[in-house]
Design a protein around this ligand. Structure first.
Ligand code: PEP
Ligand code: CO
Length: 449
């Protein structure tokens, strides 16, 4: 079976030249970092940590600017602070960033009026404008993917280790919040509490490096196999292949065929691997994929990202979780409440309703609560800007508001307020007494002594 969702390039020689060049470029990540992330995902799988994974649906070359990258990092760090402080759970931070440039499409072409052109497949392949020249797949864009990913990751590394992520700056991350938002007040209150707690600790002589820096990892969908393959290297320490374009890569819903090229490629990598599962998946398919991608039952190896839709999650997810858990392996169970809840408005905007996103998340928590398994994390499409792409949420965006600032190159993203609102919602579910708590206070009975 040929690989699904690959572009057809007009000039094969040019593709070969580009791939040869990419094979010579230095890695963007170090294999040891991927191992660290796998270890941290094992903590998620064990129920001791929570994964926050998020970023654009599709990054674009034009938006690789300091302001844009800072905005996304800031909203992720703010969400992580809400989760860590409010729910007292360690939060593992992974961006959908520094490589998320290729999109799977349901249709190969797009028709507007009498004109049909190739679909936009992300900046990695072609350009968004509806012009024949823009939509022609150009392999040289793969070099640009590498360059823009390198620039993005470089700035992220500088931010997270160079002082931007200092917890004492928690207030300033959101100093230019949209005013009069209820979420803003909640956040400010939480930030003030954190500042007092930190000042107390510093006054007591505790001043830890972990207050000043965070660990932050990159991830993207491994869609364009030629690109991913050109950035796969044998690690000299272990003699095993790593994808060195991101710490973690995942397989999308449209390319998860058991005998398909994507599963075949990803199963050989030593990176931690994600797999998206939509509502059509069966328990036996999920188990077969887990066997293929995690034959050694290695905790942290496999993250299962369900995206069932609010209407289906409560029915479809439980038998999947049960079947995979019955194999004895520990996977990280993560909820993507975005991709099963997309619809088009009467004005033609692709959108998602915050209420449905929240409903799928609640369904995910309900399912895990019922089964006694750990709801390990969330996978969100978001941006640091005050865009108007998803309806509802704290600012009650209506369908008519979407035209104000609809900027996504692909799927609708939560804006900053909606993202923070979501973080508060997740924190509430995590603190819900019925969910297994991290480091629970040990209760002893007389026989223990
Ligand atoms: C995505 O993550 O942008 C995506 C296309 O998701 P899925 O593969 O779950 O449809
Ligand atoms: Co998307």
């Amino acid at each position: 079976m040929g690989a699904a969702q690959q572009p057809t390039y007009p000039d094969a020689d040019e593709v070969a030249r580009v791939l040869a060049e990419l094979r010579h470029r230095p890695p963007l990540v170090f294999a040891g970092e991927c191992d660290d992330l796998r270890g941290k995902l094992a903590e998620v799988a064990a129920g001791r940590s929570f994964l926050l994974q998020g970023g654009d649906c599709a990054e674009t070359f034009d938006t690789v600017t300091a302001a844009n990258i800072r905005g996304k990092l800031r909203v992720l760090l703010s969400m992580a602070v809400v989760l860590t402080y409010a729910a007292q759970v360690p939060v593992l931070k992974v961006g959908r960033i520094a490589g998320q440039y290729a999109k799977p499409r349901s249709r190969d072409t797009e028709t507007r009026g009498a004109t049909t052109l190739p679909a936009y497949r992300g900046d990695a392949v072609n350009a968004l404008d509806f012009e024949p020249a823009s939509r022609r797949p150009d392999p040289r864009r793969l070099i640009e993917v590498y360059n823009h990913s390198a620039a993005t990751l470089n700035l992220l590394r500088a931010f997270v280790k160079g002082g931007f992520a200092d917890l004492r700056a928690v207030h300033s991350w959101n100093s230019d919040f949209v005013r009069n938002s209820n979420v803003e007040e909640r956040y400010e209150q939480l930030a003030a509490e954190i500042e007092r707690a930190l000042a107390f600790m510093v006054a007591c002589g505790v001043d830890n490096e972990s207050f000043r820096t965070v660990d932050f990892y990159s991830s993207h969908e491994a869609l364009l196999l030629e690109y991913e393959h050109a950035l796969t290297r044998i690690d000299s320490r272990t003699d095993t292949p790593y994808n060195v374009s991101a710490h973690m890569v995942w397989i999308g819903e449209r390319t998860r065929q058991l005998d398909g090229a994507h599963v075949e490629y990803l199963r050989h990598l030593r990176n931690p691997i994600g797999i998206k599962l939509g509502p059509s998946v069966t328990p036996s398919e999920a188990v077969a994929l887990a066997e293929r991608l995690d034959p050694d039952h290695e905790p942290g190896r496999l993250t299962v990202i369900s995206r069932m839709g609010a209407a289906r999650v409560r029915d479809v997810l439980p038998p999947i979780v049960e079947a995979v858990e019955d194999t004895g392996r520990k996977v990280a169970w993560v909820c993507d409440p975005m991709h099963g809840n997309t619809f088009e408005t009467s004005l033609g905007y692709k959108t998602r309703a915050f209420s449905q996103v929240a409903d799928e998340l609640n369904g995910f928590f309900d399912v895990h609560q019922e089964l006694g398994t750990w709801p390990g994390g969330v996978h969100i499409e978001l941006t640091g800007d005050d865009v108007t792409e998803c309806v509802g949420g704290v600012d009650e965006l209506a369908e008519a508001d979407l035209a104000n600032r609809y900027e996504t190159a692909c799927d609708p993203r939560l804006n900053r307020n909606q993202s923070l609102e979501l973080a508060f919602l997740v924190a509430e579910r995590l603190t819900d007494g019925r969910i297994r708590r991290v480091n629970p206070v040990q209760e002893y009975s007389a026989e223990d002594f």
